[in-house]
Write a protein that binds this ligand. Structure first.
Ligand code: PRP
Length: 201
């Protein structure tokens, strides 16, 4: 039996479609936290995306499907990132109201992605202050608590509606498949079979 953690939210429908295309049909049940599928040895659980690296690292679920944005920030390490599912594509970008990239030194940047923002700053030898927020990042420059933001951009509509401009793409993001390290050995056959199935789609 393998247990696979899926992230709730906007990417969920795309993942369900990808599984359907591989002939794996979810037997969702609103009351159940763990549910089965058309494959009798594959079960699923819907989790919060940000918690998936932890559930996988602890071996609570064998496999996790999660955005690269979450993987960039996690402190967990007990998993292998084995596959880019090439769905949920977006980018992690620097944006601001009027500021330019050249004015970053000494500024403030609001983000839900402090680790990757910090990497970007140090790779470019820029000293700036990161303000960590948990959501509604676009409001930060409008209310004046930061000069810039680093956030996910898909269509760009959220930035536009809030009078912000995308200045620089920091990382291309997509949905990845991760596997617990020891489960990869002990359940190797089942895990490989599942990966092959969704790959051949
Ligand atoms: C993400 C991101 C932006 C928005 C970008 O938020 O934080 O706010 O999507 O998409 P767009 O370029 O197509 O407008 P999401 O709705 O996923 O929720 P979040 O605030 O929890 O991140």
């Amino acid at each position: 039996m393998i247990l696979i953690g899926l992230p709730k939210g906007r990417i969920y429908k795309e993942i369900r479609q990808l599984l359907e295309n591989s002939g794996i049909h979810l037997k969702e049940d609103k009351r159940k936290l763990i549910f089965g599928s058309s494959e009798k040895n594959i079960q699923f659980s819907i989790l919060r995306g940000w918690d998936i690296p932890k559930f996988v690292s602890y071996g609570a679920v064998d496999i996790g499907i999660v955005g690269k944005d979450v993987l960039l920030e996690t402190e967990e390490e007990n998993f292998f990132e084995v596959l880019d599912l090439e769905i949920g594509k977006c980018r992690l970008s620097l944006a601001a109201k009027e500021k330019k990239v050249s004015e970053l030194a000494g500024s403030t940047i609001a983000s839900k992605f402090p680790k990757e923002t910090n990497n970007f700053l140090s790779e470019n030898f820029i000293d700036a202050e990161i303000i960590e927020l948990k959501g509604s990042i676009e409001i930060a420059p409008i209310l004046g608590i930061s000069d810039y933001i680093v956030d996910l951009v898909n269509t760009g509509n959220t930035l536009k509606e809030n009078g912000l401009k995308e200045l620089k793409v920091i990382k291309e993001i997509s949905t990845r498949l991760i596997v617990n390290k020891s489960k990869f050995r002990t359940k190797n056959k089942e895990i490989k079979k599942f990966i092959q199935r969704i790959k051949s789609d």
